[in-house]
Design a protein around this ligand. Structure first.
Ligand SMILES: CC(C)(COP(=O)(O)OP(=O)(O)OC[C@H]1O[C@@H](n2cnc3c(N)ncnc32)[C@H](O)[C@@H]1O)[C@@H](O)C(=O)NCCC(=O)NCCS
Ligand SMILES: Nc1ncnc2c1ncn2[C@@H]1O[C@H](COP(=O)(O)OP(=O)(O)OP(=O)(O)O)[C@@H](O)[C@H]1O
Length: 200
């Protein structure tokens, strides 16, 4: 069973992904893969420099992530340019990690993909789990985690499909508005449900 794990920015996908990993379920993480494909010497990094200039590089030649983030989260056209460079490379690496877990006969594999709906990838998974929080909590957690102003955080939130729309399209929901313990309980119940489905 291939499960797509998604949500909106800072709703708690990584938090839930870690809870799943702790329970032995393999997770293929799009954000992590997105970091690998822009490492020094990779073709995607070269293309990013060609599109956005040397100012998106740090002195040591690695990607200046905050600088690129400031450009793309405030400009749809720039975001589309970056997506066109990175998404094919991300997809290829994710497929290869998925194939590895399939070969190991893992019964459940999690694909943690923030932009699952935006990139129309729902057909590539069997079920979709959406991690949700209320909008106030999302804004607050994002501002705190990334040290952003309210305006900067709102621009990032608005660069994705609204969380309420994603909630409507979910097969399973995790409400991460409350404590981590409450989230953990929901994760355990969900794993139990999936396991029952597989054993049926
Ligand atoms: C712009 C970059 C360098 C900023 O890096 P930074 O370390 O600040 O953020 P990080 O990578 O941890 O992403 C944080 C969150 O931002 C959101 N996000 C990232 N990229 C995008 C995008 N192109 N469009 C909308 N939201 C995005 C996601 O919710 C993601 O979980 C980075 O996000 C990036 O390389 N983005 C393009 C690749 C991509 O689309 N990644 C999303 C997973 S497929
Ligand atoms: N239940 C919770 N209670 C308090 N803080 C939380 C809770 N869940 C997550 N957080 C915090 O909220 C922030 C966002 O969570 P997390 O990084 O898991 O979100 P994400 O959806 O993976 O984000 P992104 O889309 O940016 O990758 C983090 O700083 C995390 O520590």
């Amino acid at each position: 069973m291939i499960i797509g794990l998604t949500g909106s920015i800072a709703t708690g996908k990584s938090t839930v992904a870690n809870m799943l990993k702790e329970r032995g379920i393999p997770v293929v993480d799009a954000d992590e893969v997105a970091r690998i494909v822009v490492e020094k010497g990779r073709p995607a990094l070269q293309k990013i420099v060609e599109a956005f200039g040397e100012e998106v590089l740090l002195e040591d030649g690695t990607l200046n992530r905050p600088a690129l983030g400031n450009i793309i989260f405030n400009d749809t056209e720039a975001r589309n340019t970056l997506n066109a460079i990175m998404h094919p490379a991300i997809r290829e690496e994710m497929e290869s990690q998925k194939a590895y877990h399939i070969q190991n006969e893992e019964p459940i594999i999690i694909m943690d993909i923030p932009l699952l709906f935006e990139n129309r990838l729902t057909e590539t998974v069997d079920r979709v789990v959406v991690v949700t929080v209320d909008e106030g909590t999302q804004l607050h957690r994002l501002m705190k985690r990334n040290d952003l102003t309210e305006e900067e955080a709102k621009a990032r939130i608005q660069s994705q499909i609204p969380i309420q729309e994603k909630v409507q399209r979910a097969d399973d929901l995790i409400d991460n508005s409350s404590t981590l313990e409450k989230t953990e309980e929901q994760v355990e119940a969900m794993i139990m449900k999936w396991t029952e489905t597989l054993n049926r």
